[in-house]
Design a protein around this ligand. Structure first.
Ligand SMILES: Nc1ncnc2c1ncn2[C@@H]1O[C@H](COP(=O)(O)OP(=O)(O)OP(=O)(O)O)[C@@H](O)[C@H]1O
Ligand SMILES: [Mg+2]
Length: 462
């Protein structure tokens, strides 16, 4: 976290600048004048100092140089003070920040001057704590397990850890462990030699080898087949992989991060996930709280995406009005940051006025608590169930029939995407796969089959 020392009075525009920096994740310290600032810097240090022009910026800069304290100084003042600004820069201030402050400029300053890496956008203390822990462990080699609901930013955090790590200059490779059937997943992980199996027309490096010198993210690790779990454990222990069709193990050197939206400890207890692998992967756990548990992030993320999508669509940057902010603040965000991203993308395209208003913020309607009992329950997972079949109409049917209908309906709803369907249903991909297998065996049509693999997959070296 960037530590910013603010020098001057916090009552006015400098105070505004300080709060903007704080909202963007900076840790604030304060000193009334340059002498007090030096006392503070000698003891605690800081990554950046914002100093009001009214104070002796020149003295501060020279004193820092004399005592060999590294801390870039930004002189802050009104644009009208041009002469004083020039003097401050000449005296060694790194930059001049015009007041009243501009939020984007503050972000740019934090990033450029203090060398803050571009990482997850955050303001809420809950997220700041996660990022602080992430920064602490980034430079170690230990495996990290990142947990969190779908869309909370697990991959974003994994990339951030990679960037902060000693391997930051190396590759970052991610593999979704739920995306492929087991046999293909094995060669995806460990690679194969030419002719290793029918269709292996050329040798191919696995993700372990691709991540050489860098970081490998094993996403949705909870979905990995038990047989592969054993092979993965061996690879982690021996730091070598057996390529399919290869005749000698290949040494590998990459750091492993794993991510899951499941309760992996629960999967271990249920016998679906190897305990030894769990302990190997889970040296450190980082749990990303769902967005509803970090309300302080909502406005900042909304602004962040509003700016990003305005830029991407060649539209003017627009702020959110009060009603729009309120609407965002009151929503439960079952889809977390990804839902926010999509919502703001739509909002940027739909908004018509000078500002983004509430009418441009389209959110799924969650049934209110006052709704009649037979309506879909007001759970945090939105997606109000269709009212076509209230529960009472299901009475008289066998459980397995209802289950089958629900699974197939959900799969249809997800256009055959099994990962998504399993997520909505709250079952593992493997369970879903087994059930679908049974249905097919019973002669029931299953949507989205054989669409597991993208077209042309076999042409890409398989
Ligand atoms: N803190 C953040 N700042 C900026 N963007 C974010 C942040 N967190 C998430 N995002 C964005 O939200 C989307 C979802 O993030 P990500 O893919 O990392 O989530 P995830 O937890 O891996 O989700 P899933 O479980 O569905 O794979 C991405 O487009 C990502 O860029
Ligand atoms: Mg992910």
């Amino acid at each position: 976290m960037t530590r910013v020392l603010v020098i001057g009075s916090l009552g006015g525009e400098l105070g505004q600048a300080a709060r903007m920096a704080q909202v963007r994740g900076a840790h604030l310290m304060h000193a009334e004048g340059v002498a007090a600032a030096m006392v503070r810097l000698r003891v605690d240090g800081a990554d950046l100092a914002l100093c009001e022009l009214a104070h002796d910026v020149g003295w501060l800069v020279s004193q820092l140089a004399e005592e060999r304290i590294h801390c870039p100084v930004i002189a802050c003042g009104r644009n009208a003070d041009a002469a004083a600004a020039v003097r401050a820069i000449r005296a060694g201030a790194r930059e001049f920040l015009p007041l009243p402050p501009d939020a984007d400029l503050i972000v740019a300053l934090l990033q450029a001057v203090a060398g803050e890496p571009e990482g997850p956008v955050h303001a809420d203390p809950a997220m700041a704590a996660v990022l602080e822990r992430a920064a602490q462990i980034a430079r170690a080699e230990a495996s990290v397990l990142i947990t969190g609901e779908s869309g909370t930013g697990k991959e974003v955090l994994a990339r951030h850890i990679h960037k902060l790590s000693k391997r930051g200059a190396g590759p970052f490779v991610a593999l979704n462990c739920a995306a492929l059937p087991e046999t293909l997943m094995e060669s995806e992980l460990f690679g194969h030699e030419k002719g290793a199996f029918s269709g292996a027309v050329a040798a191919r490096k696995g993700k372990f080898e691709q991540a050489e010198g860098g970081t490998l993210l094993l996403d949705e690790i909870g979905e990995m087949d038990p047989r592969l779990q054993a092979k993965l454990l061996r690879a982690l222990q021996e730091k070598e992989v057996d390529k399919l069709g290869g005749n000698a193990p290949v040494k590998v050197n990459c750091r492993i991060l794993a991510a899951t939206n499941r309760d992996l400890a629960g999967e271990v207890r249920a016998g679906r996930f190897r305990e030894d692998l769990y302990f190997r992967l889970n040296v450190i756990t980082l749990r990303i709280p769902p967005l509803r548990e970090r309300p302080g992030d909502i406005q900042l993320l909304a602004e962040h995406f509003a700016v990003r999508f305005a830029k991407a669509n060649g539209l003017p940057k627009r702020a959110l009005n009060g009603e729009a902010r309120l609407k965002l603040a009151q929503h439960a965000w079952p889809g977390n940051v990804r839902e926010m991203e999509n919502t703001m993308h739509r909002a940027v395209l739909l908004a018509q006025g000078e500002m983004i208003g509430a009418e441009a913020i389209e959110l799924p309607v969650v049934p209110s608590a006052a709704a009649p009992l037979e309506a879909a329950p007001a759970t945090a997972t939105a997606a109000p169930a269709s009212t076509a079949k209230p529960v009472t109409q299901l009475v008289g049917q066998k459980m397995e029939v209802v289950e089958r209908d629900l699974i197939l309906e959900t799969l249809t709803h997800c256009l055959g995407n099994r990962t998504r369907a399993a997520e909505i249903l709250g079952i593992s991909i493997r369970t879903l796969r087994n059930k679908l297998h049974d249905y097919r065996a019973q002669g029931v049509a299953v949507p989205g089959v054989p669409g597991m693999l993208p077209p042309g997959f076999y042409a890409q070296g398989f």
